[in-house]
Design a protein around this ligand. Structure first.
Ligand code: ZN
Length: 464
């Protein structure tokens, strides 16, 4: 009898172990399954560490990346390949923030219920919001320069251009020698992962805080004699602007006036608005993380003044600046920029519900509209409408960010077009490029011309 009992006990024990094992495997399957499939040694999916399944399309259905006979194939157009290398990803998966890397499991088409698609069926298609033509135009304009160009539709959130330079052709990758300055930081997407001293484009952030926090800002008069001394330290302006009001101070990009405004705001508001406007917070571009900016939040009065002018230790990410331009343009409401529109199977069956963009009010309509008017005034009375594609109603701000030592300034041009036919916000930054007006403004103008051509074509097509 005892023998039978012992045997029964052993059988129960074995069953318990087996059930436990199955349970553990099932748990791991559901939590880690995607990782197992995407393990780079899986030869069904990877070839020398590169995914060989799936495709990535632009907004017009052109393949930016495709899989043909088990091989990765990029766009036929070299400029498009170079322009989108960072966001699509190269053949060796060098860019950590690429769609290829971040969306690896979705591209392959791993499904927890059915497992992977058989090798006979292609992987999934990621449909992006990118416009190949606008990206190519941005790349052509940035050729030989380092920096970033970002453009998005501020009413829908669609990012149509996200170009980082230096870049290279992913179909013909160069041999990069250590220390080759032409390829300095080539695997970093500067648009989303880098920070640059903003210089005067930051005055748009200080101006928003001033409109909200300084009740008599419009009645105030500033007097610029080129140099202002605070506690024995100098704030130097690019010009001698004499008496000016708030709006004229932005148009003149006057350091003396903005130094004074920053001191009136104080550290608390300076810090609050940098955070509230998304400059010092990180963002998610369809799940791809962006880097946080850096803005000082304590120090002497002199440092406070330089902080509001966009110097001191300020560093801003181009994507965050583009997002902020969209907030001003869209009457204070932020429609979060996104880049992945939808994912379908190779045969076009949708795999997820089309994403509704998130939106939230960041600034009051009155504040946003006032700032928009001031930036429009700046273009009309300083940069000149003749320097931009006609009829788009440019609102913008230049930045020439001074750097320590004898390093050349970063050139910035940021803003948006407010004609409702062209609801686009943009950022151009040229690393060590020189003057914002001379260097970044013409690039922005050319890129936005490409945006206009595409928008006009789309409108024509919808009318016919
Ligand atoms: Zn001045």
């Amino acid at each position: 009898m005892k023998k039978v009992q012992r045997r029964a006990l052993s059988v129960i024990l074995i069953i318990v172990c087996l059930m436990g094992g199955i349970g553990f495997f099932t748990f791991r399957f559901f939590t880690q399954g995607s990782k197992w499939v995407n393990f780079t040694a899986n030869r069904h999916v990877y070839n020398n560490g590169v995914i060989i399944d799936g495709a990535i399309y632009d907004r017009d259905g052109n393949a930016l990346l495709d899989t043909v006979d088990g091989k990765r194939k990029y766009s036929d157009n070299e400029s498009v390949r170079c322009a989108t290398m960072h966001i699509i990803g190269d053949k060796k998966s060098n860019v950590a923030t690429s769609i290829q890397k971040v969306y690896a499991d979705r591209l392959v088409g791993f499904n927890i219920i059915t497992g992977m698609f058989s090798t006979k069926v292609a992987g999934n298609i990621i449909h992006t919001t990118l416009d190949s033509d606008v990206c190519a135009a941005a790349y052509e304009q940035m050729k030989g320069k380092k920096g970033a160009v970002c453009v998005f539709n501020y009413t829908t959130g669609e990012v149509i251009c996200l170009v980082s330079t230096p870049t290279y052709d992913p179909e013909n990758p160069p041999v990069i020698q250590d220390g080759d300055d032409n390829f300095d930081g080539v695997f970093i997407n500067r648009a989303i992962s880098s920070r640059f001293t903003p210089g005067s484009v930051y005055k748009t952030v200080t101006a928003a805080a001033a409109i909200d926090c300084i009740p008599d800002i419009d009645a105030q008069k500033f007097n610029c004699e080129k140099v202002m001394t605070i506690n024995g330290q100098k704030i130097v302006c690019s010009g001698t602007h004499k008496e000016e009001d708030f709006q004229t101070a932005l148009k003149n990009s006057c350091n003396v006036a903005f130094g004074e405004i920053s001191m009136q705001l104080g550290w608390e508001n300076t810090e609050l608005y940098a955070r509230k406007l998304g400059i010092t917070t990180g963002h998610s571009l369809s799940g791809i993380p962006t880097v946080k900016g850096k803005v000082a939040s304590s120090g002497g009065l002199n440092e406070l003044a330089w902080t509001g002018i966009g110097q001191n230790t300020d560093e801003v990410n181009p994507f965050a600046m583009m997002r902020y331009m969209g907030i001003i343009a869209n009457g204070g409401i932020c429609v979060e920029p996104y880049i992945v529109e939808k994912i379908t199977t190779g045969s076009g069956i949708p795999l997820n519900i089309d994403k509704q963009p998130d939106s939230q009010r960041i600034l009051s309509k009155a504040t946003a509209d006032k700032l928009s008017d001031m930036m429009r005034y700046t273009v009309k009375n300083n940069y000149g409408d003749r320097n931009f594609p006609s009829g788009m109603e440019f609102c913008a701000k230049t930045g020439t960010a001074e750097l320590d030592g004898d390093k050349k300034s970063h050139a910035w041009f940021v803003g948006f077009t407010r004609n409702e036919k062209y609801p686009y916000a943009f950022v151009v930054v040229v690393q060590n490029g020189g003057g914002g007006y001379a260097v970044a403004r013409p690039i922005a103008s050319k890129v936005m011309e490409a945006v206009k051509i595409k928008a006009d074509k789309a409108e024509e097509a919808s009318e016919n």
